[in-house]
Design a protein around this ligand. Structure first.
Ligand SMILES: [Zn+2]
Length: 407
């Protein structure tokens, strides 16, 4: 149906009614109530079968209301019957069909983007709220292990490669964020830089590692680095020097298991899962006076049960070792099953919570993926703009009556 027409009617009603209220007191108050109910009904309807005579019904409602108002404008005291029925709005505004989730050929076919916000209205409100992150805001999560002054092997990178990653990210318009920013973004679309990077170092390191390889970027650009720290009660000297960095604030310690060396799997007991996940919280609280909100799965191992238990212990986010792509608000690439695109990656969809199974790029591959991440953000921005009018119309009809206007 023609939304502009219906909106104009509603707007016109309220203007006329307010003017009348000044002149005619109670009688107009009654009319105002009736029209408000009509308006609320029109706006709160759920998607329903479209009826062809929507405009006819609305026109009838409109004309009846105008007739009543005109009547009130007469000097005669012709009473408006208290029970004048407002014509039944048998044809409410029909919300448009919402567009599908943004898809891209820049991901591998099996790494499909998944949504996780169950409430469509809340999602749309967060998405288009001008005080929050603009659609297309993208986070590249990068997993680091060693940074070697000599040669690099396996998951490590050399010092030179590390500097190139940092510089390439910076030159490409990225800014590093903290884990709290990441959680606020993923849950509520809180404002972060449109191209954000979450730098996560796994395992325990000496303070020297952070001072040599990360402090310069904090001092130059204010970039924080996250460290997935292992919770076991040993090496109190190491705890002490890392606790000092934590107190400085720019190394953001999060949880990476308690004994760490046995990855969680589908065979893990609840007892083991809890000892790993709660044990890591206890140690960070004890040594750093800090409560982690993210769990970096040791060895990349997780299970459906662990993904369920984590949030009950207070975890907001979890990170795998799966290289699927970047993430956006309500958009996380995940696989349904083990597949040839990414044969070593444990599929996340069966675990049932994208927020607890977020993908990470590996640092040796990071530089080669920066352009892909940028392009995904740009494509998502364009896709969102293309669908903006439709989504806002849907919001106006279905969501605004309960959630109010979008800021
Ligand atoms: Zn580890």
């Amino acid at each position: 149906m023609n939304r502009t027409f219906a909106s104009a009617n509603v707007l016109f009603f309220s203007i006329r009614i307010r003017r009348m209220k000044n002149k005619n007191g109670l009688r107009t108050a009654h009319l105002f109530l009736s029209l408000s109910l009509l308006t609320a009904f029109l706006a709160s309807c759920q998607p329903a079968a479209a009826t062809p005579d929507t405009n006819v019904a609305l026109t009838a409602a409109f004309e009846t209301a105008v007739a009543q108002i005109s009547q009130n404008n007469q000097p005669t005291e012709t009473p408006v019957p208290a029970d004048t029925p407002i014509p039944t709005a048998t044809a409410p505004r029909t919300p448009p069909a919402l567009p599908g989730t943004y898809q891209t050929s820049l991901l591998k076919p099996a790494d499909m983007p998944r949504t996780y916000v169950a409430d469509t209205c809340q999602y749309l409100k967060n998405k288009w709220d001008s005080t929050k992150s603009a659609p297309g805001t993208v986070v590249m999560v990068i997993m680091y292990h060693g940074i070697n002054k000599g040669d690099a092997s396996g998951n490590d990178v050399t010092t030179g490669e590390h500097k190139k990653i940092m510089n390439d990210l910076f030159e490409s318009g990225f800014q590093a964020i903290t884990m709290q920013q990441m959680a606020d973004f993923m849950y509520d679309n809180a404002k972060i830089p449109p191209r954000s990077v979450l730098l996560i170092v796994d395992d325990r390191h000496f303070a020297e590692y952070f001072n040599d390889h990360w402090r310069p970027f904090y001092e130059q650009w204010g970039w924080h680095v996250i460290n997935g720290y292992i919770g076991i009660d040993e090496r109190t000297d190491l705890w002490a020097e890392n606790a000092a960095l934590s107190a400085e604030g720019w190394v953001d310690y999060q949880a990476h298991g308690y004994i760490h060396n046995v990855p969680i799997s589908e065979g893990s007991t609840d007892e083991f899962i809890t000892s790993e996940m709660q044990g890591a919280i206890n140690s960070l609280q004890k040594y750093m006076n800090k409560t982690p909100i993210a769990y970096i799965w040791p060895g990349g191992g997780f299970s459906r049960r662990a993904v369920e238990i984590g949030p009950t212990l207070g975890y907001k986010l979890g990170f795998t070792v799966n290289q699927r792509g970047p993430v956006m608000y309500n958009w996380v690439p995940q696989a349904d099953s083990v597949n040839d695109d990414n044969p070593l990656a444990i599929p996340e969809v069966p675990a049932g919570n994208p927020l607890m199974t977020l993908p990470r790029y590996w640092s040796p591959n990071a530089r080669g993926e920066i352009d892909t991440v940028r392009n995904i953000g740009d494509e998502a921005t364009a896709y969102a703009e293309q669908n903006k009018a439709t989504e806002l119309e849907y919001y106006d009809i279905v969501c605004a009556p309960t959630l109010g206007p979008i800021p």
